[in-house]
Design a protein around this ligand. Structure first.
Ligand SMILES: Nc1ncnc2c1ncn2[C@@H]1O[C@H](COP(=O)(O)OP(=O)(O)OP(=O)(O)O)[C@@H](O)[C@H]1O
Ligand SMILES: [Mg+2]
Length: 246
């Protein structure tokens, strides 16, 4: 099967600074979840922003067989590439409904209404909160709203940047379980950025490890079934931060 997305030698350089991302290559198959794991500053968000068209990048991006490196953010969204930024990026002063509608701004009104209903089926905890301000949601609910807003556009590829950031472990599990449910019943492919190996393994098929802007290792989920295999990649690629413990 052909890849949905192929990334060849992607580099991101901010101004005259050192390279944030250096010649990164990976592929995402249809309906596949690919994770990028790495410590703070490893370049994870920079890769996501480059895929979304938010930062200038070198290298080649092929989506559904066509180069997309020259496309604007809007054009990429129209092709089905949607970025959900890190840090529960909901607009706090807008209502939950307005946040969701924002994600489907390019849709005809009828389709937008249908999608909104579908989102509320996925995230029923948002239903009673639709007309309240987004800032009043809990952290986990805000993350669900951010994901729901991304899904409103009907993406083929969801770029999900650290959905666990700042959430209590129980909420992280809820968000990931919900994502797994969404992904299983759909054609959606996901690039997931994370620091937490254990959570990532609930969702991702293939996991790439990133350090100082370079991909330094790769494992399939099936390679990480034992505690010692997980500890080995944590030691090799992620340092021994306790929240990563297998
Ligand atoms: N707009 C910017 N201008 C200059 N340097 C930047 C910019 N954004 C990121 N960087 C630098 O690029 C490197 C990679 O940052 P990036 O945000 O991609 O890391 P990350 O892996 O997402 O980290 P985190 O886990 O903390 O979110 C860092 O050294 C960072 O300081
Ligand atoms: Mg980041």
């Amino acid at each position: 099967m052909t890849d949905l997305l192929a990334v060849h030698d992607l580099s991101v350089i901010y101004g005259t600074q050192a390279q944030a991302v250096e010649r990164v290559s990976f592929v995402v198959g249809p309906r596949e979840v690919v994770a990028l794991l790495g410590a703070n500053g490893a370049g994870k968000s920079s890769i996501m922003k480059a895929l979304a068209g938010l930062v200038p990048a070198r290298g080649e991006l092929i989506f559904e067989g066509e180069p997309i490196g020259g496309l604007t953010v809007r054009q990429r969204v129209a092709r089905g590439i949607v970025y959900v930024p890190e840090g529960r990026a909901v607009v706090g002063s807008l209502t939950v409904r307005e946040n969701l509608v924002l994600g489907g701004y390019q849709l005809p009104a009828t389709q937008r209404r249908e999608r909104l209903t579908a989102m509320l089926d996925l995230f029923p905890e948002l239903t009673g909160r639709l007309d309240g301000p987004a800032w009043r949601l809990s952290g986990g609910e805000q993350q669900m709203l951010a994901i729901g807003r991304g899904l409103m556009a009907g993406p083929k590829l969801l770029l999900l940047d650290e959905p666990s950031l700042g959430l209590a472990p129980l909420l992280v599990r809820r968000v990931f379980d919900r994502l797994a449910g969404i992904q299983q019943g759909s054609n959606l492919a996901i690039v997931l950025v994370e620091q937490n190996l254990q959570m990532t393994m609930r969702l991702a098929d293939n996991i790439h490890f990133l350090r100082s802007g370079r991909l330094v290792g790769h494992r399939h989920r099936s390679d990480l079934q034992t505690g010692s295999a997980r500890q080995e990649v944590i030691d090799a690629y992620l340092g021994s931060a306790s929240h990563n413990a297998a």
